[in-house]
Design a protein around this ligand. Structure first.
Ligand code: ADP
Length: 491
């Protein structure tokens, strides 16, 4: 069932219940108030009548003299006197020859000192009657008095009230129902429009489309805007994935083409029977280099693909000094004639190096340093300096890799952390790079809640600086300490 219809039905249903309760309450209150008024009047007439013995008792004999009622105080009241069997002894003039009906049961109750009020009819006209005793001054029962009043005024008033309540309720309910229907339409129309656009996006897969949220400053606008933000993020992710796959295929094609070309040359030589040992060795070296490059590329792709699906390395307390020494050892064979040095925090007065403990993953931190060192050894010329440094700065650990290489132009510096970005120079050198190293470095730093920045002056060199939050001292106690090793930094 459409929400609009549901809102209308629910509102109307609630309105009907509320109006029924209100109308019934009003009718009951009004009816009992009018009846109470009428009963008070009847009682007043009855009491003023029975308390005035002169009106009905004269000369020691039972004689009933019914006075004509005062038209101002006792408007329209009928008075009738009966004996215990209900035989009429006398009646007021305004009754003419009519009789106010009274039952023996009522008279019996009167005889037992009970005043009874009841509804009945005279000649088809509704009346309300009060029946009571008529006594001598000494309390002896002489006869019974019925004081009555026509009900048609009261019935007419209650009838009008009932009609007004019913028609008023019907009118209000119809107004409310149409109001709810119109408001429901106003509320639902933008939602329906947004739902159509969302369906069209789902059908066509066109993530560049956007919803048109209503400018209503309400939940509908919020929903539209949130959905648009989600679409923007999806579009961005989708485009990035598409670029990633396209770039990856492109990067894989180059080594594959080289492999194929080398294989063709070698096969041709073997088929012709004239082959040169050195040529074959060179071809096979190329094949090995290309396979190495592909292996590196595939490893990098795998790392980024895992990062994209949310994989995170396990973090534990790691000493950055140990990790740096480890990375320096592994990176030493990559040195291409540069002066490589490692700079660690100076030992304290006790001869021990200060702790540089971070919450991290030792393998990933070593990988980070290797990426930065590999770049430095690749791009910096032989004879220049390459420095790996670990330092402390307040509550942060600083890891930096500095080289005196060619530097990076400012335009390129902004993009070096993008996937597959390589400067033309780097491509021309066929350095074996994949353009993914720094993208992985950025991801590793991000999962360690750190920051990585690159500072470079073309012609002078480049410094990559990684800031990582230091572990608070108490968290440090779980780490296995090895001060003996730390006390002898190798540089
Ligand atoms: P690659 O595998 O090509 O080194 P990276 O993502 O590690 O990919 O680096 C991206 C690009 O940034 C490199 O191609 C290179 O142009 C530039 N770059 C990175 N490090 C340095 C550096 N130390 N000196 C000069 N250029 C660098």
């Amino acid at each position: 069932m459409p929400i609009r219809l549901r809102i209308t039905l629910a509102t109307t249903g609630l309105m009907i219940i509320a109006l029924a309760a209100l109308g019934t309450g009003m009718y009951i209150t009004m009816s009992s108030s009018l009846h109470n008024d009428m009963d008070s009047r009847l009682r007043l007439v009855y009491e003023s009548y029975v308390k005035n013995p002169g009106a009905w008792y004269a000369q020691g004999q039972v004689r009933v003299l019914v006075p004509n009622t005062d038209p101002f105080t006792q408007t329209g009241a009928f008075i009738q006197i009966t004996d215990e069997r209900g035989e009429v002894l006398d009646r007021s003039d305004n009754l003419s020859q009519e009789t106010v009906p009274v039952t023996v049961t009522v008279l019996d109750r009167n005889a037992n000192f009970e005043t009874v009020i009841y509804d009945t009819k005279i000649d088809g006209d509704p009346i309300r009657v009060l029946s009571g005793r008529l006594e001598t001054q000494s309390g002896n029962l002489i006869a019974f008095v019925q004081v009555a009043e026509p009900r048609h005024q009261l019935n007419a008033t209650l009838g009008t009230l009932k009609r007004n309540i019913i028609w008023g309720s019907v009118f209000s309910t119809l107004m409310l129902a149409s109001g709810a229907w119109l408001v429901g339409d106003a509320v639902m129309r933008p939602l329906a429009r947004m739902s159509n656009t969302a369906r069209s996006i789902g059908r066509t897969g066109d993530l560049s489309q956007r919803l048109q949220p209503p400018k209503t400053h309400d939940e509908a606008q919020q929903l539209g805007e949130t959905f648009n933000e989600m679409l923007a993020r999806l579009e961005e992710t989708f485009n990035a994935q598409r670029r990633f796959v396209a770039d990856a295929s492109h990067e894989l094609r180059t080594p594959l083409t080289a492999l194929r070309a080398n294989a063709d040359i070698m096969l041709r030589q073997i088929e012709s029977g004239i082959y040169d040992r050195d040529d074959l060795a060179e071809g096979l070296t190329d094949v090995r280099d290309e396979v190495d490059r592909m292996t590196r590329l595939v490893q990098h792709l795998l790392t980024l693909a895992r990062a994209d699906v949310g994989w995170r390395p396990e973090l534990e307390p790691v000493d950055l000094v140990d990790a740096a020494r480890d990375a320096a050892r592994v990176a030493t064979p990559l040195v291409r004639g540069q002066q490589f040095e490692i700079e660690l925090p100076p030992p304290g007065p006790d001869g021990h190096s200060p702790d540089v403990d971070v919450r991290g993953n030792a393998d990933q931190l070593r990988q980070l340093m290797l990426i930065l060192l590999d770049n430095a050894f690749t791009y910096a010329p032989a004879g220049s300096d390459v420095r790996l440094a670990v330092a402390l700065d307040d509550d942060q650990a600083i890891l930096s890799v500095h080289d005196n290489g060619p530097g990076i132009a400012p335009d390129h510096l902004r993009r070096i952390f993008e996937r597959f970005f390589r400067t033309d120079d780097a491509r021309a050198r066929s350095s074996g790079g994949t353009g993914l190293g720094l993208a992985i470095a950025r991801w590793i730093v991000a999962v360690h809640n750190g920051q990585i920045t690159a500072d470079s002056t073309p012609g002078e060199g480049t410094t990559f600086k990684v800031r990582l939050p230091l572990l608070p001292p108490e968290a440090d106690s779980s780490r296995i300490r090895n001060d003996a090793v730390k006390a002898t930094p190798t540089s």
